[in-house]
Design a protein around this ligand. Sequence first.
Ligand code: UDP
Length: 474
Amino acid sequence: QQTLKPLHVAIVPTPGLGHLIPLIELAKRLVVHHNFAVTFIIPNDGSSITPQKKALEAVNLQSISSTFLPPIDLDDLPKDAHIVARIILTMTRSLSALRDSLKVLNESTRVVALIVDVLGSDAFDVAIECNVAPYLFWSSNAMSLSFGFYLPSLDETTSCAYQDMLEPVQLPGCVPLHGRDFLDPVHDRNNQGYKATLSVSKKFKLAYGIMVNSFMDLEPEIFKALKEAQVSPGFPAVYPVGPMIKPSSTCKSDGEHECLSWLDSQPRGSVLFVAFGSGGTHSLEQMTELALGLEMSGQRFLWVVRSPNETTKIGTYFSSNAQEKDALSFLPDGFLERTKGVGLAVPSWAPQIQVLSHESTGGFLTHCGWNSALESIVNGVPLIAWPLYAEQPTNAVLLADDIKIAWRVKMNDKGIVEGKDIAKYARGLIEGDEGRLLRNKMKELKEAAKVAFSQQGSSTKSLAEVAEILKGHK
Ligand code: UDP
């Protein structure tokens, strides 16, 4: 007698831990709630795969397995190529290995879907060729997805650099978006990053469906507009399935970080957490202003400090977890002594989810990576938005102008956020009346996020709808 094997889903993340983390949560839900088996097929750009391996090993579910594709060669890529070009090229050059892997998998099980993330739509052709339904998991928000849909037509109708456009664009259901706040790979239309981004955007419409790591109550107007657009031919169905983030209960295995015991001894809601994702770095001048601003504010803070980088804001993206023990040596003279007891600076990495869920944390100065934004929302922590790269400027517009749970930092003519302004934001957020408005809105969204993920919640139902389609029930 034949045993009934679960249907299989293949997930193909592009490089970077930030892409993998929400996909792991999606995989867990597909397995636990909908009885699928999942295999991660992971392209390899040649950088260390240890962080990805560790994240996958921690899952510990029999129905989730993973395989790494052979590293590809990117030596011919120009030195100034945008990081997005590097990621997309990794995918394109892995397609043949992906095809082989998918075929092997398809021989032993029935693969019903291939899910890729934001930069992976080049793999759709392989999925279609292998008779597997192509799906996109959009690990960011609905607003940036709307921009992705809009980019091909913007490319055709505009000839100037987007930063020079006089008027903001008005995406359906979105607040106005200025060219300067478009995702950074599209800033230079001659760079390979632009061409690669445009080409993956054009492929979105090949997806049978797009799952978005956001939820209905967070971006109601934008999701409504995307649903309305679905009636036009070639526009895939959009499913809000988030927030997919690592639950804080699963973060304890790494051992207790010193900053958590420090937080234990701080008053409730009093600490500003300062962190710039897995890659964010600043120039030494900017780092010094930030230090002075935090000191001047007189507020308690917990700062994840990275060594300065004068040429890029995305210094450690591919080497996350890299221990940079000497990062603190770049802080201004006497800073650590003067702020002792009020602030804590930790080098390179802190257990962010545990920090954000700690009751002493009262605000988050963030680079607006979408995982960071969601982690703050589910914990009800209001934001100071300091976008650095990728789609973070668009996220900042969404968080500050639309959802109104963040203030966005202002830069001076030299592109520096000044210490006096940082001090003002920090004080306002932690103890000012104006900070209370953001906090109250955040509290509402914290509840809404919980409801979206509950048994009958909007995101749970959306994912169930996708599962039903994959099982051939709809
Ligand atoms: N993160 C962390 N500790 C740090 C910095 C980042 O745990 O010191 C985690 C954070 O919780 C989030 C991820 O790394 O899950 C960063 O993802 P995000 O989308 O915010 O930004 P990216 O790193 O992709 O720019």
